[in-house]
Write a protein that binds this ligand. Structure first.
Ligand code: ADP
Length: 399
């Protein structure tokens, strides 16, 4: 007997994250892992089910020279461990759905063609996401491929948060505030609905603080405003991305320093943020324990920008009922959570230091007007649920 599963894929420039879900009923995770450094010195890390030792090993260059060969290696591994698994559907994380895609889509040739036209909007991510879809289509020619977009959650935000004050023609050309991390916000918002439905119906700010970082103001489960804009560069400083800067800086670098646009892009995406400001690391754990002024300054700026955006998002929502932390830093760094929340009682949040230190889910005091929570995000399960739903809809349509 076969076991119905969905494979989820998140293809980056030199990485492939994957997970496998049993979709007999509500999706249950069977395996999760990633391959990093594809094409250079590839390395595989995977958890392959309860009680199984974690796999961590170097791959030979030929096992992961590009996305198709990496997918083949991953599939061989998964087939060894789950010989009965049958993937009728593969779900993909796609960074950009453009103005049109506001929900997960079954991938057809026409959808692929439209997604390719969006590559200039996300040149660092989109082509790799699409390479992952192509590789999966070749590996599973009979499976349904489902694209889930990081922009989709924000697609219905108000017009005032969709525009830049540029000549109108640019809006029509698609130069808009899209917002990203939508799969994470969808998961966290859904969890809040399950745990605390009244809060979910209110004014919520979610802070997704990982290597990539953004914040989103959510009203009754719908995105109202977010810190990321046209690309995933805007807003908060991140591991290596700058976050908000005055666009005049770009003119200065090009005109006065003679840099090429590719050099500027490399600085903004890969050499800025926590890494650029500290000159030490993009990793919050390293910076928290470094104990040198440059590391402290980088962390100070990170915290300052989050507090500033919290004020802005609360204004966009007309108040605040809950602040939820997620992402590697949001879920794990009690120091950063404390630094963000302390002294913000004017906005209605009061952190309970003991609860914060103990890793509780609710970390505000009983007297805090707005609740402060930590919810571990899970983008994979959002993709797995969408994949299962579209598979069922297609089966229903075919019946
Ligand atoms: P990505 O955006 O790549 O998915 P993650 O959500 O995994 O990133 O977050 C990675 C960040 O989380 C890193 O800066 C890492 O240092 C930070 N982090 C993870 N655990 C801790 C911890 N215990 N304390 C402080 N920072 C942490």
């Amino acid at each position: 007997m076969t076991q119905p599963v969905t494979l989820t894929l998140n293809a980056g420039s030199s990485s492939l994250k994957f997970s496998l879900y049993d979709i007999t009923g509500a999706p249950v995770q069977l395996a999760i892992g990633n391959v990093e450094n594809i094409g250079r010195q590839p390395r595989l890390k995977a958890s392959l089910g309860d009680g199984m030792p974690r796999v961590e090993r170097e791959l030979s260059p030929s096992e992961a020279s590009d996305h198709p060969s990496t997918l083949k290696t991953v599939l061989t591994l998964l087939r060894e461990h789950f010989p009965k698994a049958h993937a009728a559907v593969v779900g993909h994380r796609v960074v950009h759905g453009g103005p049109r895609f506001s929900e997960p889509m079954a991938v057809t040739d026409e959808v692929m063609a439209e997604l390719r036209t969006l590559s200039p909007f996300a040149p660092i991510h989109q082509p790799h996401n699409l390479a992952g879809i192509e590789a999966a289509r070749a590996a599973f020619p009979d499976a349904l491929q489902v694209a889930c977009f990081d922009t989709a959650f924000h697609r219905h935000h108000p017009k005032a948060n969709d525009v830049f004050a540029l000549p109108r023609e640019y809006y029509d050309k698609g130069i808009r505030r899209y917002g990203f991390h939508g799969l994470s916000y969808e998961y966290v918002s859904g969890e809040l609905k399950r745990i605390a439905p009244l809060l979910h119906a209110g004014r919520v700010v979610v802070a997704h603080l990982g290597n990539g970082a953004s914040m989103c103001g959510i009203l009754d489960g719908r995105s109202v405003a977010s810190t990321m804009g046209f690309t995933a560069l805007d807003g908060l400083p991140m591991g290596t991305r700058c976050g908000q800067v005055d666009p005049g800086v770009i003119f200065y670098m090009v005109q006065q320093e003679g840099r090429t646009i590719d050099e500027v892009r490399d600085i903004f995406y890969n050499k800025s943020g926590l890494l650029g400001l500290s000159g030490i690391s993009n990793d919050m754990r390293v910076l928290e324990s470094a104990g040198v002024p440059e590391a402290n300054e980088a962390v100070d700026y990170f915290v300052f920008r989050i507090r500033r955006e919290l004020g802005g998002l609360a204004a966009a929502l007309g108040g605040l009922d809950a602040l939820v932390f997620c992402g590697g830093i949001g879920e794990n760094s009690r120091k950063i959570r404390r630094r963000i929340c302390d002294g913000m009682d004017w906005i209605g949040i009061e952190l309970d230091h003991d609860r914060n230190d103990s890793g509780a889910q609710v970390i505000s005091t009983d007297f805090s007007r707005a609740r402060i929570m930590v919810i571990a995000t899970n983008e994979e399960i959002v993709i797995a649920r969408a994949a299962k739903r579209l598979l069922s809809e297609q089966a229903g349509a075919g019946a």
